[in-house]
Design a protein around this ligand. Structure first.
Ligand code: ADP
Ligand code: MN
Length: 339
């Protein structure tokens, strides 16, 4: 069970609308949900055709009714606790409340197991509106797509944070950057998220090649698998993202790479394996200090995703995934040459 009674704003949010909260221990996030997004997560757990995708989305733990307004200090949630129940988790003991209620979904916080998470949100797709959007919104979103990298490449760098090695403080690149660049600038954007250390410079960010390369190669392989899965799923995902996280702390990254046997050829230990082993570990402090995988990649944000049987995979999303794969390959080449 996880305590969700003292939620706070998610400090590591790199994109999207304000209002994403995390539990006090940081293990879960609580996101105000459009009904569409909740339906999508429920669909995933109940439809065989979507089983392969579950591995590549945050764990879904259930829903919550937030009491009153979400403000920037602290949000009271009526005596709610999440309780795992097989694959689908249910939230119990949520008291009915007379005040305005806002439905939220509870998800695993992807960055929780990292000491210093470098986080990138890549918005996928060439079409950024759902079919049920108003004509006015469709026109507006189409204009946005055409004025940014989305229309041509199927990706937009929504936002990212990268730790400074000297100060141990994350440096945020806001959405204005990703919105302003051209397709030809995307490789620079990716280098900015996966920088190589420059001793003496301010800021000095990134992992040395011997740590970055195994991470990049495994990330590439995972995104290739995500592409496979997406190519067999009939849906339209507007405004969804790939959320990429990797460990910025050199020591911790090295420990994770060793623990999971990451090489430039793949990995020896499955990321899920450890979880089962430790499922009865009660001590949360112990869990917090546990070395997790040195990177993670998940699809997030299904607020405008529709299941569309018979319509085939989302072509614009696949374009975006292919662009991401090409960018990663390009970065791998650069880093390999530098090493
Ligand atoms: P929005 O509809 O506001 O775009 P998103 O689902 O994209 O909502 O979430 C906004 C931001 O919150 C993301 O860019 C990311 O930084 C953070 N976030 C969302 N889901 C998770 C998660 N499961 N784990 C960690 N961070 C998350
Ligand atoms: Mn988003």
């Amino acid at each position: 069970t996880a305590d969700v009674s003292h939620a706070q704003p998610l400090s590591s949010q790199v994109g999207g609308h304000a209002g994403v909260l995390s539990t006090e221990d940081g293990s879960l996030i609580i996101k105000p949900a459009l009904h569409r997004e909740l339906e999508f997560y429920q669909h995933l757990t109940t439809n065989d055709g979507f089983a392969d995708l579950i591995h590549y989305v945050p764990k879904f733990l259930g829903t919550l009714q937030l009491q009153g307004k979400v403000d920037t200090t602290e949000t009271e949630i009526a005596h709610a606790e999440t309780e795992r129940d097989g694959d689908v988790a249910v939230v119990t003991n949520v008291e009915a409340h007379v005040e305005v209620q806002k439905e939220s979904i509870v998800l695993e916080n992807i960055s929780h197991t990292f000491l210093k998470p470098n986080i990138l949100d890549i918005k996928l797709g060439t079409v950024l509106y759902a079919y049920d959007a108003s004509e006015e919104k469709k026109a507006r979103m189409e204009k946005t797509a055409r004025e940014t990298t989305s229309f041509e490449t199927g990706v937009r760098l929504t936002g990212f944070q990268v730790y400074d090695n000297t100060t141990s403080v994350p440096i945020n690149t806001p959405k204005s950057y990703g919105k302003s660049i051209k397709p030809s600038d995307l490789p620079d954007g990716i280098s900015n998220f996966f920088p190589l250390p420059s001793p003496g410079a301010t800021p000095n960010q990134g992992l040395p090649p011997h740590l970055l390369l195994p991470i990049l190669h495994n990330l590439l392989a995972d995104i290739q698998e995500i592409r496979e899965v997406l190519s067999k799923i009939e849906m339209r995902m507007a405004g969804g993202s790939l959320l990429i996280v990797y460990e910025a702390d050199w020591e911790r990254a090295e420990e994770g790479i060793k623990k999971f046997g990451l090489t430039t050829k793949g990995r020896e230990v499955d990321f899920d394996e450890e979880e089962e082993e430790d499922s009865d570990a009660e001590d949360s402090d112990e869990n917090e200090n546990k070395v997790g995988p040195p990177y993670s990649v998940k699809l997030i944000d299904f607020a405008h995703t529709f299941i569309t049987p018979g319509e085939g995979p989302d072509p614009g999303v696949l374009v975006g995934v292919d662009t991401t794969l090409a960018l990663l390959k390009g970065r791998i080449e650069q880093v390999t040459q530098a090493s």
